[in-house]
Design a protein around this ligand. Structure first.
Ligand code: FAD
Length: 385
């Protein structure tokens, strides 16, 4: 950052939200009551001031004009740039069904959503969460902890289907059910009912679930409109090359709003890696800086149950599976092996060996010396090798 601030005399951050930058991941802890707002702060405003960075909270960029190298913000002011970085994140995907505009139909994306959910949890008794991915499950857990009766609706046949296999998903579902969260899989809502406020959710088998709150967590859509309206190349997200450069040479994009090699992103780790590369590119410290997606692992704690997944997640005709399950401790591991190498790991309950499995996957390490011990982790494998 200091190199960048030498190269760029002025750095201005336009933040569409009114609050200072905060740790979005911690919104789940805020909702469940495990964290307070103060603990979410990333850096105090004084830190940015000390590094010559001007912050404009609550001032969204409305248009970008690549020809004149300017942006216009919600205040109507126009600012000139030499380099522009777009990091607009993503928005919750809409369901596209009747009743979505009713009061009490919410998202779980930012601090304002979380504050509203906490406030509503004091007067509402029942909630339906649409989407059994990590965000929906964290919303469900948070609301449950605030005394609300929660039902999760999930379209796929098992929870966290992007991270887990069916058995791992079932184990998680059993753990959440034991905590009093109702889980309905292989189902979708077709309509939300109510006069002004949502009162019921109608499912595709016509079942009605009465509720006072609906949280939609069915995925995210990259915020690419700013770039699209400026004529930049976009697919699902804002298209970038390995230097995070868009189709306009002085405009860069990273995080959930960008698309690299047809891939978009929904976790923090790729964003951190991209930020490192972009800092090098903009400060000119490493001429060869290039973003190369690595095998990123998903490490989550859903309702107190640790979950880890990395690499290939579904077996195919070229993989062999090593599956180990301990009913007593609720631990499950599914390791996928191809050509004597670990290519995928799914862990539920005990994820302490996740990092090591990730190293084996990224290192393309042969496992023949300790294959039998692999499900038990590094110490057993080292002893066997
Ligand atoms: C509740 C919750 C829990 C999560 N937990 C995890 C987790 O455990 N692990 C994990 O890896 N990931 C988690 N994520 C995902 C993670 O938070 C995101 O991947 C990450 O925040 C993306 O970073 P980003 O900078 O691309 O976008 P964002 O963090 O969304 O930041 C984009 C910012 O740009 C602002 N903006 C948008 N348009 C404009 C504009 N025109 N002008 C100015 N500002 C604008 C937005 O308001 C927003 O503040 C979680 C997300 C949520 C919502």
């Amino acid at each position: 950052m200091s190199n960048a601030s030498i190269r760029y005399r002025t750095i201005i951050v336009f933040n569409g939200e009114t609050s200072a930058a905060y740790n979005r991941i911690q919104l789940s802890a805020l909702l469940s009551g495990d964290a307070d707002e103060e603990s979410l702060a990333l850096k105090p405003d004084s830190w940015f001031a000390r590094h010559g960075i001007q912050l404009h909270h609550g001032e969204a960029v409305r248009t970008v004009a690549p020809d004149s190298h300017t942006v216009t913000t919600s205040t109507g002011r126009v600012y000139r740039y030499d380099s522009l970085v777009i990091a607009t994140g993503a928005s919750p995907t809409r369901l596209g069904i009747p009743g979505e505009g009713l009061s009490g139909v919410m998202n779980f994306r930012d601090l304002n959503d979380t504050r509203t959910l906490i406030e509503l949890s004091q007067s509402r008794k029942r909630a339906v969460v649409v989407g059994g991915g990590f965000l929906g499950l964290e919303a469900a857990e948070g609301l449950k902890r605030r005394g609300i009766d929660v039902t999760v609706l999930h379209r796929s046949s098992h929870l966290l289907n992007r991270q887990l296999d069916p058995d791992g998903g079932k184990l998680l579902s059993d753990a959440l059910t034991a905590r009093g969260i109702n889980i309905l899989t292989s189902t979708s809502p077709i309509q939300l009912l109510g006069r002004d406020t949502v009162r019921a959710v109608q499912l595709n088998d016509q079942t009605l679930i009465s509720t006072d709150l609906v949280i939609i967590a069915t995925g995210i859509t990259p915020n690419r409109e700013l770039a699209q309206n400026a004529g930049l190349a976009c697919g699902r997200g804002i298209q970038v090359n390995a230097q995070l450069q868009t189709s306009a040479p002085d405009i860069f994009a990273l995080g959930e709003c960008c698309e690299f090699n047809n891939e978009t992103f929904g976790l923090v780790e790729p964003g951190y890696q991209q930020a490192k590369v972009l800092a090098s590119v903009l400060s000119g410290t490493t001429a060869s800086a290039a973003y190369k997606p690595s095998v990123t692992a998903t490490r989550l704690k859903i309702s107190g149950v640790p979950v880890f997944s990395c690499g290939q997640q579904a077996p195919d005709e070229h993989t062999e599976s090593l599956v180990w399950r301990d009913f007593a401790t609720g631990s499950y591991s599914h390791l996928l092996i191809r050509n004597n190498r670990l290519v995928g790991a799914i862990l539920v309950g005990n994820t302490s060996q996740g990092l090591w499995y990730q190293e084996l996957i990224t290192g393309n390490t042969t496992i023949d010396l300790f294959r039998a011990q692999l499900p038990f982790g590094k110490p057993f494998c080292k002893a066997a090798a």
